[in-house]
Design a protein around this ligand. Structure first.
Ligand SMILES: NC(=O)c1ccc[n+]([C@@H]2O[C@H](COP(=O)([O-])OP(=O)(O)OC[C@H]3O[C@@H](n4cnc5c(N)ncnc54)[C@H](OP(=O)(O)O)[C@@H]3O)[C@@H](O)[C@H]2O)c1
Length: 412
């Protein structure tokens, strides 16, 4: 539909053209040339089904693979089953469907010898499904902890940051597009429970239905709970847990306080993260954007590419990027100097000559010496290096200057 039909076209039928579906349809032609180099096949959308347009049967007939982005149970379940029974691979991001009918769907996929892929269903673009199914297939997993709902994490982050009430933070989340008009499944924990059911199924090879997951939401959280937590140095998150308890498995979702050192404590705003614990690997934490059309669509496209052909161990190059040495960095600069007038001005002048601007300075006298500690805004490393060479030659320096790069928050 969107690219010239050639013999090596891989036809992708798209069910649903909403937030994720439309983003996916835009991504396919953009990445098609690169995918053709990688797989020998050029993906193209063969048809789109919406509520009032398109025919499922016609799309199925002319597709090699079906992408289901309708959501909910019916008709998504019926379409996915029919597609697999017709021998088509299926990619979906539908956590509701998988957490309630996963066993039925996986049975049919196995019986038909087709792939059912669903990376976008849990934690958006964070590749947790693939890691559990493939990379960690050889580890005995003891526990999975996750922040798997971006809406609630955003609300809790805002409540902690500003002292807002739950209702105020929810309204803010809706205004910014982090919460749906009807946020009930997010805030009552049911959405996170569906995702934890899927993660638990994969991590523990045990069928887990959404109904077996105990869940609590965040509607009852009061601003002073967060204030109290802050005083104690704790953070409050909606945490999903799936863990072995003896020979049993517990899967649950509830708000929980975390100590600052916990790998999930620093996950803030609409981000998601999943921590997997196992004796063999100790602990692995993955985090990233938990939702969003383009983000989820990229996880869906990754699944489509995997279904098209397993990646070669040494993939061909699809483009040549120039490798650069000189990059932009922020710096911490530490100088031991003689405590005399004009020192700071001279250092500042040498920095300014190279376009290095200083974000903060701390000066401390130590007898006849002084310590100057500065943080410089991001600048090309070559420019900073040139300034350092000149500073190193200053007569009042009592020790070689020390510089350490500072990683700045880029996604705040
Ligand atoms: N949005 C996210 O950030 C996100 C993140 C992760 C996973 N997901 C999952 O991705 C899936 C899609 O979510 P979304 O946000 O893109 O949903 P959405 O914006 O509500 O879009 C749903 C699409 O499905 C179509 N549709 C609904 N009922 C249909 C029916 N009976 N027959 C045919 N088409 C039908 C709609 O058609 P019309 O266009 O005619 O209304 C619309 O195009 C869901 O499973 C969701 O859980 C979403």
């Amino acid at each position: 539909m969107t690219s010239p039909e050639t013999d090596n076209t891989f036809h992708v039928g798209l069910l649903g053209y909403g937030t994720v579906g439309a983003a996916f349809a835009a991504l396919v032609p953009e990445h098609a040339p690169r995918i053709e180099v990688l797989t020998g096949l050029r993906p193209a959308i063969s048809g789109v089904l919406r509520r009032n347009s398109g025919s499922f049967d016609e799309i199925l007939e002319r597709s090699d693979l079906i992408v289901e982005l309708i959501g909910g149970i019916e008709p998504a379940r019926d379409y996915v089953l029919r597609a697999m029974r017709a021998g088509r691979h299926v990619v979906t991001a539908n956590k509701q469907l998988l957490s309630q009918y996963g066993e039925e769907l996986w049975d049919v996929a196995r019986a038909e010898g087709v792939q059912l892929r669903f990376e976008g269903a849990v934690a958006g673009v964070v590749p947790v499904i693939r890691v559990l199914q493939e990379s960690l297939a050889g580890a005995r997993i003891d526990r999975v902890h996750g922040i798997v709902n971006g809406t609630t994490n955003f609300i809790l982050t805002e409540m902690a940051r500003t002292g807002m009430t739950f209702a105020e933070a929810l309204a803010e989340a809706q205004r910014l597009g982090y919460a749906e008009a009807d946020p009930s499944e997010d805030v009552d924990g049911r959405d996170a429970a569906a995702k934890m059911a899927i993660l638990a199924r994969l991590a523990f090879d045990t069928p887990v239905h959404l109904d077996q997951v105990r869940y609590e939401g965040i509607e009852q959280i009061q601003p002073d709970d967060l204030e109290y937590a802050r005083d104690l140095g704790l953070g409050l998150k909606l945490i999903g847990t799936a863990e072995r308890t003896g020979d049993a498995l517990s899967v649950r979702v509830h708000p929980a306080f975390l100590y600052p050192g916990h790998p999930l404590a620093s996950v803030s705003g609409p981000f998601n993260a999943v921590t997997v614990e196992s004796e063999a690997i100790t602990e692995i934490t993955m985090s990233g954007p938990g939702a969003g059309g383009p983000q989820t669509a990229s996880a869906v496209l990754g699944d489509v590419i995997s279904a098209m052909i397993p990646p070669a161990s040494t993939p061909p190059t699809t483009g040549v990027l120039e490798l650069v040495q000189d990059v932009t960095s922020a710096f911490y600069l530490h100088l031991e100097v003689a405590d005399e007038p004009g020192v700071l001005a001279q250092v500042a002048q040498l920095l300014a000559l190279q376009g290095v601007s200083v974000k903060s300075v701390v000066q401390k006298g130590l007898g006849d010496q002084a310590r100057l500690v500065m943080v410089a805004h991001p600048v090309l490393e070559s420019r900073f290096g040139a300034a350092m060479e000149q500073i190193a030659r200053l007569e009042f320096l009592r020790a070689p200057p020390r510089a350490i790069r500072v990683l700045e928050e880029e996604f705040g």
